[in-house]
Design a protein around this ligand. Structure first.
Ligand code: NAG
Ligand code: NAG
Ligand code: NAG
Length: 733
């Protein structure tokens, strides 16, 4: 099905699907930008780099126009799962749900869907994808907007999403760069990250974004080592532009600017929305003009900003026949219908991102039960209306996204109770729905049913909205609304209890995961508008589940080893977050990173490892062009996966790497490859992993280089980070 979607909808661009990122021609784009520059007045240049002010244009962000080159106001709009504040778009599954598909093609399709709707609405720049927060904290409020807390998986998802968005003609804006790992005090937070941790975890997906030719990068609210990121020369100039070779422009997060000359001189290229939210305070516009006149900011720096912005515009060919802006952010929810058939993509991502965690006695897929009781407020649409809470700032009804600026307006919602009820008719199953979170009510609804399906949730979001006492970050890792009590009460009376969890991240399951009557746990993530249909696809077995966890589900909150910080975050755990921490400290999670069950079984065999990497520091050019040799494939691993069960199913084979003893202390194993293959019962497929030089290297902070260590690497291939089926060695001379 995945491949069919690609072929039928994207036949024209199919060749790019297996490609890496977006294949744009920066040299040609810079040539055009250089020519355009000579036609611009100083006023034009200032207008191009400055937002017009909050609330003064149709988009979340709008720059000034430059008529002499046919450059109209640039329109920047949220957000990462669909176009915000427009009524007839597609609400795709959230980033974290796309990550749990582990499916490059679906990630790209989702990006393409978002990008094509962005373009159809005349919006130039979509403010996504999210590569930070990465997920230092399990409770982090905005983790769900991104792609899970492993840099490799997040990097692949970032690259594919950018590829899809930009192939559709819109500019992607990867955010939030960098070290913005929590919502608490995000405007003042000081993140102090050692250079190795920075490179190997938090910078990694941004490096993939640059390699994918992303048009823009958003600098975040926080400070790094005492300096705001949006005026931090080390982060913007030295690392992003020089070391990584970023050719597009850096734009502020909204109102994240604190200075005129300092931000200009350290690498900021565009300020948004151009003023604070009162419209009183601003730093560029005529203030930047004065700073250039007085020599505080070199005119060559202003020209560089303009060239970067124009080059990105030319790179995406937005200079010719780009649609007119068809939205108005301020009037909230107008706009033409641009849905097309994107719901098909949304459903495929929602379906394949569902992770089956437990399935005793093969209770799933459902086999024509006589009766089903559906229980929990999360089973039905919010009775007050699917869009009744501003920016989704509530947890009522089916949870399909978190809250904040990363949300979008649902055109409709396929609610689980409706979708199950409709499907159940085919089997003559009687269905009752008790949309209650009260334990005894849930139990009485469940007690005479063949099967009880209980819906529980956990929500999180952006700090400007507080939901049920959670100020963005989650207060704890428990299910909301006493979800665990509801499950226990139902399981007490029903021996076929199926738990469905819609959540922004990990939820502690200890109080019920081992109960014998809890036969199945279905991790339904944040599925977007197609929630119910996707769930039915899985629980009725039209498709075997194939999602895998993009984070670990621990037995206790302390098992993550990190907690939300006050005003300074020293990142003292270094490389050891999530499974890296649990592996190091021999902590068993309930369900490990990469885990997920299928309706079939898979046998792994015939690992083959080839390649003769040479040790030593990265030696290729680092600027310009972004260290090409770092991304050269230096080893290839293949394995055979056999579907040893009785139904067609997809498996995500994962490669974990351990560095030789000559390397400094490093996590025992780290994800460095994955491949998802759909296999018919009884048949086999080959999975392939390509290891790039950087995938085998560590960051040497004193040499300021990636170094590929000498000696023996261990390579494990398996079905999760702890279900390792095959292993082998690779020698670096
Ligand atoms: C998604 O929507 C865009 C904008 O309307 C449209 O161009 C594109 O064809 C749609 N994709 C699919 C698969 O329908
Ligand atoms: C962070 O590190 C600094 C410098 O070592 C130290 O003074 C401070 O107490 C640390 N903060 C926290 C919250 O650990
Ligand atoms: C599974 O693979 C192993 C080799 O890894 C092989 O010995 C075994 O026969 C296979 N089992 C099945 C059921 O294919």
């Amino acid at each position: 099905m995945r491949r069919q979607i690609l072929v039928s909808f994207f036949a024209a661009s199919a060749v790019l699907v297996s490609g890496q990122g977006f294949s744009g021609d920066w040299d040609a784009a810079y040539g055009k930008a250089q020519t355009a520059l000579s036609k611009l007045s100083q006023t034009d240049k200032i207008a191009i780099v400055t937002g017009v002010g909050w609330g003064k244009g149709p988009c979340s962000g709008n720059s000034g126009a430059a008529n002499s080159i046919g450059y109209r106001t640039l329109c920047l709009q949220d957000g990462p799962l669909g176009v915000r504040t427009v009524s007839s778009i597609t609400v795709f599954p959230a980033g974290v749900h796309a990550a749990s598909t582990w499916d490059r093609a679906l990630m790209r399709d989702r990006g393409h869907g978002i990008g094509s709707q962005t373009k159809a609405l005349g919006i130039n720049v979509i403010l996504g994808p999210v590569a930070g927060p990465l997920g230092q904290f399990a409770q982090g409020g905005r983790n769900w907007e991104g792609f899970g807390n492993d840099p490799y998986l997040c990097g692949v998802a970032t690259e594919q999403t950018i590829g899809g968005i930009q192939e559709a003609g819109a500019q992607a804006c990867v955010k939030h760069y960098i070290g913005n790992e929590q919502e608490k005090n995000r405007h003042d937070m000081n993140s102090v990250i050692d250079d190795r941790t920075l490179h190997e975890l938090y910078l990694w997906p941004f490096a993939e974004a640059v390699r994918a030719n992303v048009a823009s990068v958003m600098c975040s609210y926080n400070k790094i080592s005492g300096t705001w990121v949006c005026e931090n020369g080390r982060m913007m100039d030295d690392i992003l532009k020089k070391e990584l070779g970023f050719k597009g422009y850096v734009v502020t997060d909204w109102d994240a600017q604190h200075s005129t000359a300092a931000s200009a001189n350290t690498g900021l290229d565009m300020t948004m929305p151009g003023s604070d939210y009162n419209g009183n305070t601003y730093y560029w516009g005529n203030k930047l003009q004065s700073a250039v006149q007085s020599g505080q900011v070199a005119s060559s720096r202003l020209d560089d900003m303009v060239k970067r912005i124009l080059a990105s515009w030319y790179l995406l060919k937005q200079d010719s026949n780009y649609p007119n802006i068809a939205i108005d952010h301020r009037s909230n929810n107008g706009g033409p219908n641009v849905q097309g058939n994107n719901a098909t993509i949304a459903r495929a991502v929602a379906r394949d991102g569902i992770v089956l965690l437990k399935n005793s006695d093969n209770v799933l897929p459902l086999q024509k039960p006589k009766s089903i009781a559906i229980i929990g407020s999360g089973a039905v649409a919010n009775p007050k209306g699917i869009n009744s809470c501003q920016d989704n700032g509530c947890n009522q009804g089916t949870l399909v996204m978190g809250w904040g600026s990363g949300t979008a307006t649902l055109p409709y919602l396929s609610a689980p109770a409706d979708a199950i009820t409709s499907r159940a008719k085919q089997d003559g199953t009687s269905v009752t729905t008790a949309a209650t979170d009260t334990a005894n009510q849930g139990a009485s609804a469940a007690q005479n049913a063949d099967v009880a399906i209980v819906f529980i949730t956990a929500d999180g979001g952006e700090e400007y909205i507080t939901v049920e006492g959670n100020e963005g970050d989650r207060n704890d890792l428990n299910a909301w609304h006493n979800g665990a009590d509801l499950v226990k009460a139902v399981a007490n009376v029903n021996k076929n209890t199926i738990v469905v969890v819609n959540t922004v991240g990990p939820v502690l399951l200890e109080s019920f995961a081992d109960l014998p009557n809890v036969k199945a746990i279905v991790w339904a993530g944040l599925p977007g508008q197609e929630a119910g249909n996707a769930l039915v696809d899985i629980i009725y077995g039209a498709t075997s589940p194939s999602g895998k966890l993009p984070y670990s589900i621990a037995k206790a909150a302390k098992d993550y080893g990190t907690t939300i910080q006050a005003m300074t975050d020293n990142f003292s755990e270094g490389l050891y977050i999530d499974y890296r921490y649990m592996d190091k400290n021999s902590i068993s999670p309930r369900y490990e990173f990469g885990f997920g069950l299928s309706y079939s079984t898979f046998n792994y065999s015939s690992i083959s490892i080839s390649g003769t990497p040479t040790s030593g520091p990265e030696s290729g050019p680092t600027v310009p062009g972004g260290a090409a040799s770092l991304f050269e494939v230096v080893a290839t691993v293949t394995a055979t996966i056999t579907n040893s069960g009785s139904v067609t199913a997809a498996e995500v084979a994962q490669l974990y790497l351990g560095l030789p003893s000559s390397a400094p202390a490093t996590p025992v194993r780290q994800l460095r490859g994955f491949d998802k293959v759909s296999i018919k019962a009884g048949e086999s497929a080959t999975v392939k992993f390509e290891l790039r030089r950087r995938d085998l290297s560590y960051w040497d902070s004193s040499a300021k280089k990636w170094v590929l260590p000498k000696g023996t690497f261990t390579i494990d291939v398996g079905a999760s980070s702890r279900d390792l089926r095959l292993s082998g060695k690779l020698e670096a001379s």
